[in-house]
Write a protein that binds this ligand. Structure first.
Ligand code: SIN
Ligand code: MN
Length: 267
């Protein structure tokens, strides 16, 4: 799969690109079941909200779940990023973010590369996210908010927020965010389940709490050019990976194959 000239132009000027309906219902269903399975595990990689119970995010799920392993090598996610970053990529981080009904908490305003540079000493912003919506993201269930064009600012000053949620993050202050929004506005990245959002690692984004009865699970692959691998190993391996091997993609139907295998086993 290759992005068109128009798609590339939108990505570079706005800092993000939404690809609707890239995965079908069968593929999404496999991943939804996989998310329930990993959230039920008692593992250090599964962060809970401040209540200590509700799942917030499952790190490195591609290491302990077959569906997520396949998604982490899926050509529909890997190829467009290889195209943009111009070369082979490795998995810097893998998250299955829950944003659970009624309880899913905020992710404060931040740039991902701000954390990767400060904590992991990633040399350049030659890395990015590609996110798959496992549930529909609507107005009410805590969709990602992004500031179009904010990726052009480079890495901005940030403070280390260790308090607001159960997950530490380098966050931007209110004055900076106000100025950026005066210029670029805010877009809520709504999309149906199966849609894919790709965005620059310097794009400023956040997400509000989910007070609705609907879940909002999103899988984030943070992919980095192999030459740009991290130089510092301060965070646990399952948060910031240390295997810089280029990702080899699987066949395009690998998730549908898994769904078939599961059906056969169940019959
Ligand atoms: C993130 O920005 O890393 C996560 C935001 C979200 O899933 O809402
Ligand atoms: Mn982020």
């Amino acid at each position: 799969m290759q992005l068109t000239k128009n798609q590339l132009e939108q990505f570079h000027s706005e800092g993000y690109l939404l690809l609707p309906d890239l995965f079908d219902d069968t593929e999404v269903q496999v991943l939804r079941e996989a998310a329930d399975t990993v959230y039920a595990l008692d593992r250090q990689e599964v962060f809970r909200e401040s209540d200590g119970i509700t799942p917030r995010t499952a790190f490195a799920a591609h290491h302990y779940n077959e569906a997520f392993r396949r998604l982490g090598r899926h050509p529909r996610l890997i190829r467009p990023v290889e195209q943009i970053l111009e070369g082979c990529v490795y998995m810097h981080q893998y998250k299955v973010n829950a944003k659970a009904p009624f309880t899913g908490d905020v992710w404060q305003w931040h740039q991902d590369y701000g954390t990767w540079a400060r904590d992991d000493h990633m040399p350049e912003a030659r890395a990015m996210n590609i996110a798959l919506y496992v549930d529909e993201a609507v107005e009410f269930n805590g969709p990602l908010w992004i500031i179009p064009g904010s990726h052009k600012q480079g890495v901005m000053e940030a403070g280390h927020d260790l308090q607001t949620t159960s997950y530490p993050l380098w966050t931007l202050d209110k004055k900076t965010i106000t100025e950026l929004i005066d210029e670029g506005g805010i877009v809520a990245a709504h999309g149906k389940a199966g849609s894919v959002l790709m965005f620059y690692s310097t794009l400023v984004h956040c997400s509000p709490p989910n007070l609705s009865p609907w879940p909002r699970t999103v899988v984030y692959l943070s992919l980095c050019h192999v030459d740009n691998h991290i130089r510092r190993f301060k965070r646990p391996e399952w948060v910031a990976h240390r295997d810089f091997t280029p990702i080899e993609t699987m066949p395009d139907d690998c998730l549908r194959e898994l769904a078939l295998e599961c059906e056969k086993t169940a019959a």
